[in-house]
Design a protein around this ligand. Structure first.
Ligand code: NAD
Length: 250
């Protein structure tokens, strides 16, 4: 057994309040490309542009031409062993909270109790003008029924979006507050599959380190915390999270 896996298992086992923070890298083994890896989304699209509030407002057809197939892709994938291992650790009481930057709902589908989704979620449709809310199924039905592929609010007629936070859009304040509260209580933080470059989530590991807590990073690529994390794993998350789970008593 890899020493770092054993160290991570021991840290989780001894923790009073372990918090897991995940990013796009945890879902690549489910078939969802991340943003920054080779073959990731940034090689094909500029997410700052196509997934931005500015494009949604001024070019809804182009926005929906990108998003509609993405909803199908995100709905067709399954959680992997890393999502399931985190849910199992929650079930054993070893992980107290899960903060995710992902919008793919795979944590909830793997059995995580109440993931804190700081970038929103693909679980609903909403109108930013009059706040009409609909299910994801209804949003998709409206997009598919529209000649231009743009779902519209049945109350005010404005184009609708999903619950995913766009670039240029405010993050959900309640979720961000909860994420900060969890980081403020954490004595161990495990980061899985995140480059830790997107603020404000990128500040959370620093909060834990600043109070003398333990930071473990399980991410293939580099992060700004690589020099300060006490435990640094660079393998595939699905394999390594399963190994961590097996190292811990059931
Ligand atoms: P990122 O793309 O910046 O970084 C992902 C990191 O995970 C990279 O360092 C990569 O090397 C690593 N990685 C990839 N596959 C891995 C694996 N199998 N095991 C371990 N590590 C792996 O992701 P980020 O930090 O989450 O920031 C990107 C932003 O994009 C976030 O805001 C997120 O909301 C959004 N996003 C979400 C999804 C999703 O919901 N699945 C997908 C793409 C982007």
């Amino acid at each position: 057994m890899d020493d770092d896996i054993a160290d991570l298992a021991a840290a989780l086992s001894a923790a009073e309040h372990a918090v897991v923070l995940t990013g796009a890298g945890i879902s690549t083994e489910s078939g969802i490309p991340d943003f920054r890896s080779k073959g990731g989304l940034w090689e094909k699209y500029d997410p700052f542009e196509v997934a931005s509030m500015a494009t949604f407002v001024s070019e809804p057809e182009r926005f929906w031409a990108f998003h509609r197939p993405r909803i199908d892709m995100l709905s067709s994938v399954e959680p992997n062993a890393a999502h399931r291992a985190i849910a199992a650790l929650e079930g054993r009481g070893l992980v107290k909270a899960l903060v995710t930057q992902n919008i793919d709902r795979l944590h909830a589908r793997a059995g995580s109790h109440d993931p804190i989704e700081v970038h929103g979620s693909l679980d609903r449709g909403l109108c930013i003008r009059c706040d009409q809310r609909v299910s994801l199924d209804e949003l998709v039905a409206r997009a598919d029924a529209a000649e231009d592929g743009v779902p519209r609010c049945s109350s005010c007629g404005f184009q609708m979006k999903s619950g995913v936070v766009l670039f240029g859009e405010a993050m959900p304040a309640a979720e961000i507050d909860r994420a900060y509260e969890e980081a403020a209580s954490a004595d161990v933080m495990l980061v899985v599959g995140s480059s830790l470059q997107v603020s404000p989530v990128s500040e959370l590991p620093g909060m834990v380190l600043g109070r003398g807590g333990t930071l473990a990073i399980m991410t293939e690529g580099d992060t700004p915390y690589d020099g300060s994390a006490q435990i640094r794993l660079r393998g595939r998350a699905a394999v390594q999270m399963q190994q961590v789970l097996e190292e811990l008593p059931g």
